[in-house]
Design a protein around this ligand. Structure first.
Ligand code: NDP
Length: 267
């Protein structure tokens, strides 16, 4: 009632108030999100939080058993669509299946990613290819499929789970992983310009260290890896909260970048 009264005062005075801009909002119960990499870590936490926030969620990753278990836990507003993001046709099919099941796609969370660490002189070039395939090309394939659906509707959110490593190289072993995340910064910025005036919001979420299964691709035990650090990592839920904060903004607001670190992480 308070808001309505201010609105009417604003209208009577002939100016657009902050309050009527904030009325330009959306109802998350009617919104649908795809989360890639939803089979573990940040993607799983984000899918769970979006679902709790009223979103329909489409869970994408390669491990179908994990996706099915999460979909069963989240209920009828969740759908598992096993997808390898390195396959452009699979990314197209993911968006098509989402629209078929829920009628539209409002939010894409580009989260799937891998880190294969090693010094450049000793690394296997195949590991570099795998990282670029998932972290860069996979993101492009999925984003292309999603925005082709969003553009005619004039609305949608594209979220990139990037990293602090998109801004700096954390160490010599992380040079190529960091290169993929730097590439993501260029893609994010270019897409933001490309989407100008088209109703599509572009959001980059850049976490520091997060406790997930992520180190297991390069180290024998994730727990041992985190134990070596002299600070505690973020939890996947911390990053999920940042995603929800961004996509739940009024439609007149876009949070373009969120950089979040554990409080004691310096770099
Ligand atoms: P996890 O290893 O827990 O999750 C990675 C997810 O990516 C998994 O669900 C995996 O599913 C999926 N994935 C990998 N390859 C593919 C593929 N080809 N197709 C579809 N899905 C794929 O790690 P995190 O949750 O930590 O990582 C999520 C994102 O967060 C990544 O982009 C990572 O770079 C970023 N990040 C992580 C940080 C950390 O410290 N953990 C810090 C900053 C950013 P499946 O194997 O089932 O396909």
């Amino acid at each position: 009632m308070f808001t309505v009264r201010i609105l009417s005062y604003g209208s009577a005075l002939g100016f657009r108030t902050r309050y009527d801009v904030r009325m330009n909002t959306h109802d998350s119960t009617n919104r649908t999100a795809i989360v890639t990499g939803a089979s573990s870590g940040i993607g799983e936490a984000t899918a769970r939080l979006l679902s709790q926030g009223g979103y329909n969620v489409v869970l994408a990753a390669r491990r179908a058993d994990r996706l099915e278990a999460l979909a069963a836990e989240l209920g009828e507003n969740a759908l598992a669509v096993p997808t390898d993001v390195t396959d452009p046709a699979a990314c197209e099919a993911l968006v098509a299946r989402t629209v078929e099941r829920f009628g539209a796609l409002d939010v894409l969370v580009n989260n799937a990613g891998i880190g294969l660490y090693g010094a450049i002189a000793e690394a296997d070039p195949d590991d570099w290819r795998k990282m670029f395939d998932v972290n860069v090309l996979g993101v492009l394939y999925t984003t292309r499929a999603a925005i082709r659906h969003m553009l005619p509707r004039g609305s949608g959110d594209v979220v990139f789970i990037s990293s602090v490593a998109s801004r700096r190289v954390p160490n010599a072993y992380g040079a190529v992983y960091s290169a993929t995340k730097h590439a993501l910064s260029a893609i994010t910025e270019g897409l933001r310009m490309d989407m100008e005036g088209k109703g599509i919001r572009v959001v980059s979420v850049e976490p520091g260290l997060v406790r997930t299964e992520f180190p297991m691709n390069s180290y024998s035990s994730a727990e041992e890896y985190y134990a070596q650090k002299d600070y505690a990592p973020l939890e996947a839920e911390d990053v999920a909260e940042a995603v929800l904060y961004a996509v739940n903004q009024p439609l007149s607001v876009v949070v373009n970048e969120i950089l979040l670190r554990p409080t004691d992480q310096l770099n």
